[in-house]
Design a protein around this ligand. Structure first.
Ligand code: BJ8
Length: 419
């Protein structure tokens, strides 16, 4: 389908949308295409970005035409398996760029997390074909900013909200399991058909396969030199939330095979001994590449992301021990409640996971990345710093480029400590 016709059918502001895509091109060239010695397999992911608002959006609309749900999400707490089991599709909408700020600030406070402002901006400015292609969005009661923002967002798009507990005891698991079941019923009511245990099992396997492929990619980054840059790995994690899971997994598996060959040949993206850094904190939604680019263009390599666009999404698989629908739902609820997001209290798992990553990836330092006005992560940064066995640099930033030079100076000084 002609792209303009597609975007116009979704009611996008064509002029503003064209300007957005135009700005993406040079940014992508600077951050991605300028890298040397990239794996050949990145060509597929480059092509996905080149047509980021095209082919996949058309595929989603085909799914919708069949009466299957297309669902937008903002958080890795949403058990996407249920949407796939209903023959639908899930797409991660967390926007990583500042748009329509003035209009957003007529509705939301100025001092709010940029991620929340970004998803409002995309809607108010009619810039995101994914958002428009969705039947409804699924929100969650994670941080205060998001849960209050969904109340307002409801005026622009239907939002189904899942109640996420903030503790990890038995009582919370019961509540969360009931929430997972309630979401299943909501999807079944949407399609008018029950989801079979078999369909649910297949969807669990599909998404487990995608997570396994991402894990395989992340494990390959432990070698010195790593066979892939942190920027490319971040991009792959970002695209996992958009692309068709079958195709994405196949392409990622092919890339991993190429990376294994690179490792055997001692080939990497940087010289051996390059300072190795793990990024920890808030998710970096596409096209938020600012910090990753600054770090890697300052002479370090990122070997892991302790983030929802990273290992917080891939660490845990759904562990199926019973094939009944109840058993599968329980396994799903248990898996999602093992996520170590900073909204939990207490949350000892996160610093423990980070320590493990630092050790396994032989990282020399951690860059703690928090979005401005994100209380859970800016506050938890202290605990991360206290528990860390390696130096930690704490960064608080937003999507603007204004602080780029200031950040560069701080990052360069930090890397000097690691050398
Ligand atoms: S599971 S990290 S995706 S909640 S950055 S909006 S927390 S104020 S994105 Fe998150 Fe789910 Fe947790 Fe992951 Fe609020 Fe912080 Fe903004 Fe955040």
């Amino acid at each position: 389908m002609d792209r303009e016709a597609l975007w116009s059918s979704l009611g996008l502001d064509l002029e503003a949308h064209a300007a957005l895509l135009e700005a993406l091109g040079p940014l992508y060239r600077e951050v991605y295409l300028s890298q040397e010695n990239r794996p050949r397999g990145m060509a597929y992911f480059d092509a996905v970005v080149a047509d980021i608002h095209g082919a996949r959006v058309a595929e989603l609309l085909e799914i919708r035409k069949k009466g299957r749900p297309v669902v937008g999400t903002f958080c890795v707490f949403v058990p996407e398996e249920m949407v796939w089991a209903a023959g639908g599709a899930c797409v991660g909408l967390c926007a990583g760029v500042e748009v329509a700020t003035e209009r957003v600030e007529e509705v939301l406070p100025r001092n709010l997390c940029p991620l929340i402002k970004a998803f409002f901006g995309f809607k108010l400015a009619r810039l995101c074909p994914y958002m428009e292609a969705c039947d409804f969005l699924v929100g969650e009661t994670t941080c205060d900013g998001k849960k209050k923002a969904y109340e307002i967002f409801e005026a622009y798009k239907p939002v189904y909200v899942m109640q996420v507990p903030h503790r990890k005891d038995e009582e919370s698991l019961r509540l969360w399991t009931a929430e997972v079941e309630r979401f299943l019923r909501y999807i079944e009511e949407f399609t008018g058909e029950p989801i079979s245990a078999e369909a649910l099992r297949e969807a669990i396997e599909l998404i487990n396969r995608r997570r396994r492929a991402l894990k395989r990619l992340n494990e390959l980054r432990r070698f010195d030199p790593p066979p892939i840059s942190g920027r490319d790995a971040l991009l792959i994690h970002q695209l996992a939330f958009f692309d068709d899971p079958e195709r994405f997994t196949r392409k990622l598996e092919e890339l991993c095979t190429e990376l294994e060959e690179r490792v055997s040949a001692g080939e990497g993206v940087c010289p051996p001994g390059t300072p190795r850094v793990v990024i920890s904190g808030c998710p970096m939604a596409i096209p938020n590449w600012k910090v990753a680019h600054l770090v890697e263009s300052s002479g370090a390599v990122i070997v892991g992301e302790e983030s929802c666009v990273g290992t917080r999404y891939t660490r845990e698989l759904v562990r199926v021990s019973e094939n009944s629908k109840e058993g599968l739902l329980r396994a799903l609820a248990e898996r999602y409640l093992r996520i170590d997001c900073a909204i939990f209290t207490p949350n000892p798992e996160r610093p423990a996971h980070l320590k493990e990553m630092v050790r396994e990836l032989s990282a020399a330092g951690v860059i703690h990345y928090a979005l401005k006005f994100c209380d859970p992560y800016t506050i938890e940064a202290h605990r991360i710093e206290m528990d860390s066995a390696v130096p930690v640099l704490k960064i608080e930033t937003d999507y603007s480029l204004e602080d780029r030079e200031q950040l560069r100076t701080r990052i360069e000084a930090f890397l000097e400590v690691l050398r």
